[in-house]
Write a protein that binds this ligand. Structure first.
Ligand SMILES: Nc1ncnc2c1ncn2[C@@H]1O[C@H](COP(=O)(O)OP(=O)(O)OP(=O)(O)O)[C@@H](O)[C@H]1O
Ligand SMILES: [Mg+2]
Length: 248
């Protein structure tokens, strides 16, 4: 039975798209078949991060408009076995409704082990569409007060929509900066304030930036790589370590 997971954040730029791509790749490395749906209409980025930008002919908007069949708008990644992308429309006017997203996901659900949906920041229509078909949610924050407030707002919306399986990723954590800024006593305080169970802490890692801008989805030598692998394991119900930094 496939699972659909929406990646969300109240605040922009926390790393949702980056985290979604990397977890999708980690799930594929564990022999899962994964569909990534880009729901950031008008600002899509998954295609760039996956190096598929030049390949795209159709997107979800074309499927809905009847310009193509669904399979025409689903792109298999050439070097990540089992990874597929459905791009968002480039034009905001082509944004699909939550109802249409739900219908669409229901038609493709049986073909994948996981469907990961990357949403735009905030609580707007794009988030509502992204969340419409989700069984589970992962909130991506940075360890700062605006991130925490965003997480609480998103969490409330998700629960109102009936999504109760919600986990937290703290992304771009720089341990030295976290200690020096002293906004929180420790990471436990951040997690408690978000009222959401942690599934992973991803370090601030320059190779993640390099990868995302070059469209080369292979992070083999990155310190973040093991973390993404552990998060994928935990998503699948395994008991991998949280990789919680010991010093914080
Ligand atoms: N763990 C990380 N370490 C270092 N940089 C990162 C990490 N995760 C993401 N980034 C960088 O942070 C920036 C924002 O990432 P990304 O586009 O994934 O965020 P987003 O939450 O999807 O943004 P938006 O809200 O605009 O959709 C990018 O430059 C990305 O490379
Ligand atoms: Mg994004």
């Amino acid at each position: 039975m496939s699972q659909t997971i929406v990646f969300a954040s109240g605040k922009g730029g926390t790393g949702k798209t980056t985290v979604t791509v990397n977890i999708a790749i980690a799930l594929c490395k564990k022999n899962n078949k994964v569909l990534l749906i880009d729901c950031d209409c008008g600002m899509r980025g998954l295609d760039i991060m996956l190096g598929l930008e030049q390949n795209l002919m159709y997107d979800t908007g074309d499927v809905i408009a009847g310009n193509c069949v669904t399979s025409d708008a689903v792109y298999a990644h050439p070097s990540v076995n089992g990874l597929f992308l459905m791009p968002a429309p480039l034009n905001v006017e082509d944004e699909i409704s939550p109802q249409v997203m739900e219908q669409f996901v229901n038609t493709v659900r049986d073909s994948y082990d996981y469907i990961l949906i990357d949403s735009p920041a905030g609580l707007g229509s794009g988030f509502k569409t992204a969340a419409a078909a989700a069984d589970r949610a992962i909130i991506v924050i940075n360890a700062e007060p605006t991130g925490v407030r965003g997480a609480l707002n998103i969490r409330k919306e998700l629960i109102d929509k009936g999504i109760t399986d919600i986990r937290l990723i703290i992304n771009k954590l720089n341990e030295k900066n976290f200690r020096e800024l002293a906004l929180y006593n420790d990471l436990d305080e951040v997690i408690d304030k978000c009222e959401t169970q942690l599934i992973g802490v991803v370090p601030d890692d320059y190779t993640v930036v390099t990868f995302s801008q070059k469209g080369n989805p292979h992070l083999n030598n990155s310190s973040a790589n093991k973390v993404f692998s552990n998060i994928a394991e935990r998503i699948s119900g395994g008991q991998a370590q949280l990789a919680f930094p010991k010093k914080i």
